[in-house]
Design a protein around this ligand. Structure first.
Ligand SMILES: [Zn+2]
Length: 199
């Protein structure tokens, strides 16, 4: 069971490139990954501005525009924002393309690129809860995340499981281990159980 008295440790999966947004492509007539083109599109109408980041279907190149600002009075937009949109500033485009809050309402996020697992340099020696953050939808299996984070082989995970050192708080943990890790997955790790097993 989760306890509020033990420490919580956060691991975060961070892809090196922005995630694709998976949504229905009208031309393919199917769910497809859309990738950021890094270009903005602007439209000014009666001193109000719309700005989008242009995405392309990976299969047919059809475009989809991710809304960034909608009907915003020009006077309310900072000069820096306007310059960034007009020049398709790569840094700004990249920041938006990584912004979960902006992307999430428009589809499922999917990251295929190389990924690093951000975690603390050291872990508590006593029992701790582990929260796995995967906000950008990296398609790593749960067993890969755990093995990478704990610095062990995937084949050693069932042993941790059997001795009670690792508990995954999901309905069917054996199956969950082989599935892509969901954002916010919680586990409990009991390092002391590993030492008892080795003795
Ligand atoms: Zn398409």
């Amino acid at each position: 069971m989760l306890s509020h008295t033990q420490p919580t440790v956060l691991w975060t999966l961070r892809p090196s490139s922005p995630p694709a947004v998976v949504r229905t492509c009208p031309r393919c007539d199917d769910a497809r990954p859309f990738d950021s083109s890094g270009r903005f599109r602007l439209n000014a109408n009666k001193r109000r501005l719309d700005a989008w980041l242009i995405y392309r279907c990976r299969h047919c190149e059809a475009t989809w525009n991710l809304p960034i600002v909608e009907r915003v009075p020009l006077a309310r937009l900072s000069a820096a924002d306007l310059r960034a949109f007009e020049s398709s500033c790569p840094e700004r485009a990249r920041r938006i393309a990584f912004d979960v809050g902006v992307l999430k309402p428009h589809g499922t996020l999917q990251s295929d690129a190389s990924t690093t697992l951000d975690k603390p340099a050291a872990h508590p020696v006593n029992t701790f809860d582990l929260v796995l953050a995967n906000p950008l939808g990296v398609a790593w299996r749960l067993d890969r995340v755990l093995a990478t984070g704990l610095g062990i082989r995937r084949a050693d995970l069932p042993g941790l499981w059997r001795c009670g050192a690792l508990e995954v708080h999901l309905p069917r943990p054996e199956r969950a281990l082989r599935r892509p890790v969901a954002d916010g997955t919680r586990c409990t790790f009991r390092p002391s159980a590993v030492f008892h097993q080795k003795e």
